[in-house]
Design a protein around this ligand. Structure first.
Ligand SMILES: [Zn+2]
Length: 207
């Protein structure tokens, strides 16, 4: 599996390109803005982009989705409870930060436990509400893309409307800390970590 990321927007969001080297299919996770940089990553690697995946609907994870959709015609995937963020700058937070948002529409709405394939790699959707209602993580053996649910040493903010610390805590404890300790965690912001490291060291959610 090929994984690389660039950092986009003033919020330093990790936008990932995750590809299957055998089939040359890939998905882009959280193209939050800085379209030219996202486009360069896509062009440089030459993967066929099958999916655009939004781990949640906040502006810094979705603002280049429309550009990437127009460029690749890949299918947009988002969890059911965050899908309206793609059309509504109030829900995405774009309005609050004075950012322009072009509306776009999801192609595939996903729910907890669903599986989709990028080439020969199967990714499981883990619905992890808390930071937003429709936050989700993507899991394949050894790798977790955790969006703004779990970070190195910390967790996603829950001081927004529709956010809940109790929810993010149970999402992490019940659905992420049950994964193997050596699972590498690729978060929506900041450096990589592992499930084992967070179970021991996370400031907010202990195992
Ligand atoms: Zn967020």
């Amino acid at each position: 599996m090929h994984v690389e990321n660039i950092i986009v927007t003033a919020f330093s969001t990790n936008c990932y390109l995750v590809g299957d080297e055998e089939t040359k299919q890939a998905m882009v996770i959280d193209p939050g803005g800085d379209w030219e940089a996202v486009k360069k990553m896509v062009d440089d690697r030459g993967y066929n982009i099958k999916y655009i995946v939004c781990t949640h609907g906040h502006n810094d994870h979705i603002l280049a989705v429309k550009n990437l959709k127009d460029y690749t015609n890949a299918s947009i995937i988002i969890q059911d409870k965050d899908k309206k963020c793609l059309q509504n700058p109030l829900y995405s937070g774009a309005l609050m930060f004075g950012l322009a948002q072009e509306e776009c529409f999801e192609d595939i709405v996903v729910f907890d436990g669903e599986v989709f394939n990028v080439g020969n790699i199967a990714f499981k959707v883990i619905h992890t509400p808390g930071h937003t209602k429709g936050g989700m993580c993507l899991y394949t053996t050894g790798h977790l893309f955790s969006g703004d649910t779990l970070f190195y040493g910390t967790v996603g903010r829950t001081d927004f409307p529709r956010a809940s610390f109790d929810e993010i805590k149970s999402s992490i404890k019940d659905k992420l800390y049950v994964l193997p300790d050596d699972t590498v965690v690729y978060p929506g912001h900041g450096r990589k970590t592992t499930i084992g490291h967070e179970k021991k060291n996370n400031m907010y959610v202990k195992a």
